[in-house]
Design a binder for this molecule. Structure first.
Ligand SMILES: Cc1cc2nc3c(=O)[nH]c(=O)nc-3n(C[C@H](O)[C@H](O)[C@H](O)COP(=O)(O)OP(=O)(O)OC[C@H]3O[C@@H](n4cnc5c(N)ncnc54)[C@H](O)[C@@H]3O)c2cc1C
Length: 502
């Protein structure tokens, strides 16, 4: 008898779980509230343009760097026409504009980044040398994925051979970015570091990303986020998996502290041997399970851990070839750009998708600007109370953002054909992520060393995976969760885990 697994959510974690379980003779079905796969790893079309919301850099795009194994096993880069997603690596991670017309370029190459820092921060030589050396060291790290094959000795050997990397990474992980920025004498370097990620986040979350750029292990798959998700979805469906779209799960059904099924929004009940929630963690614990299985620790985590922000995201379709522009720039505004939700922004994080020709026809380009906000309730209340005014406000914000970007990159406005604005309300509506957060718990020195349970405490046969169970989030960890869950269930059911498609 094949055991039946009901998976809630067709984001990367849910698709990965389904894919690995299906190839291990489980009968799986995914229930997804939206009409397409991917969750926050998504994109949408407006006229000629595809607006990509998610992937900027993806760990594992280079062979033998750890997470690449996942993408191979899931067929994540295999397109429907048999071609492979081309990987694009960048020379620059981003450009950060600082006051006085100066710019700090975060080059992908550690040495080049060091030289750039010495140009803008000549009195910070010691810090720069240390940063470059650490980045080169951390870049050697390979995340172990197929741990089920490793003996105790192999695991110990891996740990010992990576001790130096761990030591350096831990130093970064424990340091809040703001504290690190304060060590610099140069006002340019201080501002550049403070603007690239929030000051309370771990320096490690930045240096890991930079280190992966350095070795070209974290590129961009051309075709973008939705194509990447659809490739994993196809791999899953080809193995006999099933997905019910537009099927929101309201409740996890429980009998004698054992999860036995789910109830959908339309009242349908479906029963299975295991329930896996790859959906938003807050709604799983507080709504689908009505708070009955919250431990004091989990309660504390959801009450006190800081979150990744949500976003006001402005996507612009420009009838112009913008190949001459840098692909990523934090555009410094003359005066703070204040949103109606009262969040204030000195920078507009602007991506010019001149590196992905699949997102717009020849001679046209999509441009996106993301503004972070933690004030999701403003948008929720506004949209609920007066939809017409909410839509009008989005239009106004889109025009204001375009105006600001146009003053930095002249010519954009006159060639603009489409503007589309999404808000925290949009993120919540399409993905159900708590407070519209786009990546779960924020990567601070505390959260990054916190391990959250992958099963619901006190409730048998109920598992939780995805970004809300791994602080810091990210696509690779979401996919790895799906794989690890399949390894664990196989172990429990005394099956030999099989990683390959059968
Ligand atoms: C703007 C942005 C940029 C990012 N950039 C990167 C990047 O460059 N690199 C990187 O690695 N990561 C990046 N991330 C993070 C990464 O995309 C996420 O961490 C990862 O995709 C999370 O996957 P998930 O499956 O855990 O969750 P989700 O994607 O949130 O999937 C959860 C799914 O569950 C569904 N669902 C929720 N509730 C229910 C319900 N009750 N019933 C049915 N279905 C439900 C949702 O609709 C959704 O499809 C970025 C994210 C964003 C938003």
């Amino acid at each position: 008898m094949r055991k039946k697994v009901l998976v809630i959510g067709a984001g990367v974690a849910g698709l990965s779980a389904g894919s690995y379980l299906q190839r291990n003779s489980y009968d799986t079905e995914i229930f997804e509230m939206h009409s397409q796969p991917g969750g926050v790893c998504t994109a949408w079309k407006r006229g000629d343009y595809t607006f990509d919301y998610c992937i900027h850099w993806l760990m594992g795009t280079k062979p033998d760097t750890g997470f690449d194994l996942l993408w191979d096993e899931l067929g994540a880069f295999e397109n429907h026409d048999g071609s492979s997603m081309r990987i694009r690596n960048f020379d620059e991670f981003t450009r950060m504009e600082v006051p006085g017309g100066e710019e700090v370029c975060f080059y992908a190459d550690a040495g080049r980044f060091g030289a750039e820092l010495k140009r803008v921060a000549p009195d910070d030589g010691k810090l720069i040398d240390e940063l470059v050396a650490d980045m080169e060291y951390i870049a050697r790290f390979r995340v172990p994925v197929a741990t089920e094959k490793q003996s105790f000795f192999k695991k110990t050997g891996f740990f010992l051979s990576n001790l130096g990397v761990f030591r350096r990474y831990l130093k970064h992980l424990r340091t809040p970015l703001g504290e690190y920025a304060d060590r610099w004498k140069s006002k340019y370097a201080k501002e550049a570091f403070r603007a690239v990620i929030p000051p309370s986040w771990s320096l490690g979350s930045l240096t890991m990303g930079l280190a992966m750029q350095h070795t070209k292990a974290a590129g961009y798959p051309v075709g973008g986020s939705l194509q990447f998700a659809k490739n994993i979805e196809r791999g899953y469906l080809n193995q006999g998996g099933r997905i019910r779209y537009r099927s929101k799960v309201d409740e996890i059904l429980v009998k004698d502290n054992r999860a036995v099924g789910i109830r959908l929004e339309n009242g349908d009940e479906v029963f299975g041997d295991y329930i896996v929630s790859a959906a938003d963690g807050h709604s799983t614990l507080f709504d689908m399970l009505d708070g009955r299985y919250l431990t004091p620790r989990l309660k504390q985590v959801y009450e006190s851990f800081p979150l990744f922000p949500s976003s006001v995201f402005v996507a612009i379709g420009v009838d112009k070839d913008l190949s001459h522009l840098p692909h990523s720039t934090f555009v410094r505004t003359d005066k703070p750009f204040v949103l109606p939700d009262e969040s204030s922004h000195n920078h507009l994080s602007t991506t010019v998708y001149n590196f992905d020709p699949t997102l717009a026809p020849d001679g046209k380009t999509t441009v996106t600007v993301i503004l972070h906000t933690w004030n999701d309730s403003y948008w929720q209340e506004f949209a609920d109370n007066d939809r017409k005014a909410y839509n009008q406000l989005k239009t106004e914000i889109g025009e204001r953002v375009l105006e600001a970007v146009d003053s930095r990159f002249p010519g954009l406005k006159e060639a603009t054909e489409v503007i589309d604005v999404s808000t925290p309300y949009t993120v919540k509506r399409y993905t159900n992520n708590w407070r519209g957060s786009f990546e779960g718990f924020a990567p601070t020195p505390i959260t990054l060393i916190t391990r959250l349970p992958k099963s619901v405490p006190g409730l048998q046969n109920c598992h939780m995976i995805g970004q809300w169970t791994t602080p810091g989030g990210g696509i690779p960890t979401a996919a790895l969760d799906g794989r690890n869950l399949a390894v664990d269930l196989c172990k429990k059911d005394k099956k030999k885990f099989n990683a390959k498609v059968v």
